[in-house]
Write a protein that binds this ligand. Structure first.
Ligand code: ZN
Length: 177
């Protein structure tokens, strides 16, 4: 058994489950899918390691986000169309609204959106019609996340305006009696 070229872990497989380093170029769709499985597990390991021994939940979350941002920005990208669809689908699933208002959450969502777009673009370049479908979906998710990320102030303004409109309506109804 050889050790991981990057982190020295035992029996890393095609992509190391601990650090995500690809040990050799996958030769088939099956090997590419195996490599993608390996880096998904590695992402979990990298995030857990970054947040280990951190007792503040917010700090732990930020550390996980920063580690995952760096991880996904440089993670292995396959070349088979079916594997690219898998990458775009999984990465776009991580595009989230920043409800907690953490810069690290925006950075992680941005890194995942970039990865999803890279996979969709690779499909478009290959003439695969799934590329433009995925690109539209990624853009929709980005837009939705941006809209949902708006601060609480906007919600309060909407609430106050609705309340004022309601009071005016009641007053109007009472006056016409
Ligand atoms: Zn490794």
């Amino acid at each position: 058994m050889t050790a991981c070229k990057s982190c020295g872990a035992d029996a890393p497989g095609i992509a190391c489950e601990f650090c995500g380093a690809v040990q050799r170029q996958p030769q088939s769709l099956e090997e590419e899918m195996t490599a993608l499985d390996g880096i998904s597990r590695a992402a979990q390991a990298v995030a857990d390691k970054a947040a280990a021994n951190v007792f503040s939940a917010d700090t732990a979350r930020a550390k996980r986000n920063f580690a995952l941002t760096a991880f996904w920005a440089t993670a292995y990208m396959p070349s088979s169309p079916d594997a690219l669809v898998q990458v775009a689908t999984i990465a776009s699933g991580g595009i989230q609204a920043n409800h907690l208002n953490m810069p690290s959450q925006n950075q992680l969502s941005g890194a995942l959106a970039t990865r999803a777009h890279a996979a969709a673009t690779a499909l478009i370049v290959r003439g695969d019609p799934r590329g433009s479908v995925l690109r539209a979906e990624i853009e929709r998710l980005e837009k939705r996340a941006a809209e949902q990320s708006k601060g609480p102030q906007q919600h309060i303004i909407i609430l106050v305006v609705t309340l004022i409109a309601f009071v005016i309506l009641i007053a109007a109804v009472l006056m016409t009696r």
